[in-house]
Design a protein around this ligand. Structure first.
Ligand code: TXA
Ligand code: MG
Length: 307
């Protein structure tokens, strides 16, 4: 039985995490599946609950940059980015300190670690209350859509985890931007913090692509059960139509007023709502590739890949 906790029950959630149990909690991006990152058994339980391949490392969540500095080494670029964008939807991949307390399994045995300071007030209060680094991948089963509401977490993980802390829907709706700073700055996953925003602080990024440096870049990911058809102008018979902008025959619309930030916040919830056996597939209208639109299109392409 998975306990559904109210947002004011942070002390219960913290107690469970300190005891090595798994608790899903809200962040501004998506719900995370939290476990004590310093506890090998808790970290192993995260991989088991998600059925996640063990080579795919987890993001470690901290209440502030000071706590992050205790486990990884910051250079001048990391300092500047943390100052500008934390707390917020940016994950930095940095070298682990030799005496880093985080389980090697959390980092999939790599000598780098992904760290992030979330902006959601409930997440920050929880992280402060636990007082330990918390490993938290998105709280979905591996390969599926990330959850942006507590009910989605229950659909994915009910009975597999101790509790879900419910604080309503997530504001951003897409996972954090992941930036690798172990060498030339490289975007591993686009998100709400855009390449333009990052390069304004640290200069141009290295071209991504080529070798897969982050297992999260594997093509098929974020997938509904139904096939996705992208850049559709209308639905074919049997398909649901996911609209963007004015579209009178859309089954659901990401943003009738063509607002990309609003569209991002609805993406996973709308895909989940349309992922029904009554449809043969989901046709998605074109989304401009500017700003957070690049991250939306990244998730849609991955969701559509390999079918
Ligand atoms: O918004 C988010 O980032 C959410 C919330 C819960 O914070 N978390 C999340 O975690 O999306 P997850 O595990 O679903 O995605 C983590 C991504 C994966 O693509 C993983 O491969 C990459 O970060 N990653 C983690 N550690 C890494 C490392 N040391 N080197 C390269 N990539 C890493
Ligand atoms: Mg994920």
């Amino acid at each position: 039985m998975t306990e559904l906790l109210k947002a004011n029950d942070i002390s219960r959630a913290a107690e469970l995490l300190r005891a090595g149990e798994l608790v899903a909690f809200p962040t501004e991006t998506v719900y995370g599946l939290g476990g004590d990152a310093t506890n090998d058994r808790a970290v192993a339980a995260i991989f088991a609950a998600k059925e996640r391949p063990k080579f795919n490392p987890l993001i470690v969540h901290l209440p502030d940059a000071e706590a992050a500095r205790r486990i990884v080494s910051f250079d001048a670029r990391a300092d500047a980015l943390a100052k500008k964008f934390w707390p917020g939807p940016l994950t930095l991949v940095l070298p682990r300190h030799a005496d880093c307390s985080v389980s090697l399994l959390a980092g999939a045995g790599l000598d780098s670690l992904a760290v992030r300071v979330p902006a959601h007030p409930v997440a920050r209060e929880l992280l402060r209350a636990v007082g330990r680094p918390i490993a938290a991948p998105s709280a979905n089963r591996s390969g599926r859509l990330s959850p942006t509401a507590a009910a989605h977490v229950m659909m994915e993980l009910d009975g597999r985890i101790a509790a879900v802390l419910d604080a309503g829907p997530c504001a951003v709706g897409l996972e954090s931007t992941v930036l690798d700073l172990t060498g030339a700055a490289t975007m591993l996953r686009p998100g709400a913090i855009t390449e333009e925003q990052l390069s304004a602080i640290i200069g141009p990024l290295a071209a991504s692509g080529g070798a897969i440096r982050s297992p999260g870049m594997l093509a098929q990911h974020y997938a509904p059960a139904l096939p996705l058809r992208l850049n559709a102008t209308s639905a074919r018979p049997g398909e649901a139509l996911l609209g963007f902008g004015p579209a009178k025959d859309a089954t659901l619309n990401l943003s009738p007023r063509s607002d990309l930030v609003e569209a991002a916040s609805h993406l996973f919830a709308h895909l989940r709502a349309l992922d029904l056996p009554q449809y043969s597939g989901i046709a998605v209208m074109p989304i401009p590739d500017t700003g957070i639109g690049a991250a939306i299109n990244d998730r849609l392409r991955r969701g559509a890949a390999g079918r």
